[in-house]
Design a protein around this ligand. Structure first.
Ligand code: PNS
Length: 162
């Protein structure tokens, strides 16, 4: 059985993440969506909120599990029997950071391979940071995130969900 981990900070989960999850779940036997922390970013949602939202939006996909993790990604991947880490590439601008991360992870554990998947054309511009900015300024984010996420953001930021 081929197990892959799809890690991210998911702050918040977007339709771009969901698109990747659905396509990666079609390629691997088991996909673990791993909610981690990126020390370079300050989070709006708690890890538990992200896990709950992702479990809700991934409920229809039987081979997808959602789990929080802390510490090194490769250690988590090993602990769940994963041999691959899936990352989405939206544009050339993602590449440098993703390439560095892939090579660092390979240097830490050569048994965990990074697999890049291109996002779909209609979500390639969607980013969690811009979704947060639009939501905080009272804009409608319903075209960028699943409905449960839009409701959570509205509640969190004290604005009205569309
Ligand atoms: O969605 P993001 O913010 O790009 O996700 C980044 C994440 C959480 C996958 C990355 O920061 C990560 O793997 N953190 C775990 C710590 C780790 O293993 N660091 C070394 C990897 S280069």
């Amino acid at each position: 059985m081929r197990t892959a981990v799809y890690p991210g900070s998911f702050d918040p989960p977007t339709n771009g993440h969901l698109d990747l999850i659905v396509r990666a779940a079609g390629v691997f036997d088991r996909l673990i969506v791993a909610v981690g922390e990126n020390p370079a970013k300050s989070a709006l949602l708690t890890s538990q909120e992200k896990v709950d939202l992702l479990r809700e939006v991934c409920a229809a996909y039987e081979n997808v599990e959602v789990r929080p993790f802390s510490g090194l990604l490769v250690t988590f991947a090993r602990s769940v029997g994963a041999t691959a880490v899936v990352r989405g590439l939206r544009a050339v601008s993602d590449f440098e950071y993703e390439f560095q991360m892939a090579l660092t992870n390979r240097a830490l554990d050569s048994g965990v391979e990074t697999v890049f998947m291109a996002t779909s054309a209609d979500t390639m511009f969607v980013s969690s940071s811009l979704v947060k900015e639009v939501a905080a300024l009272g804009g409608d984010v319903s075209q960028f995130v699943p409905p449960a996420v839009a409701r959570c953001l509205a509640a969190k930021l004290g604005v009205r969900a569309e």
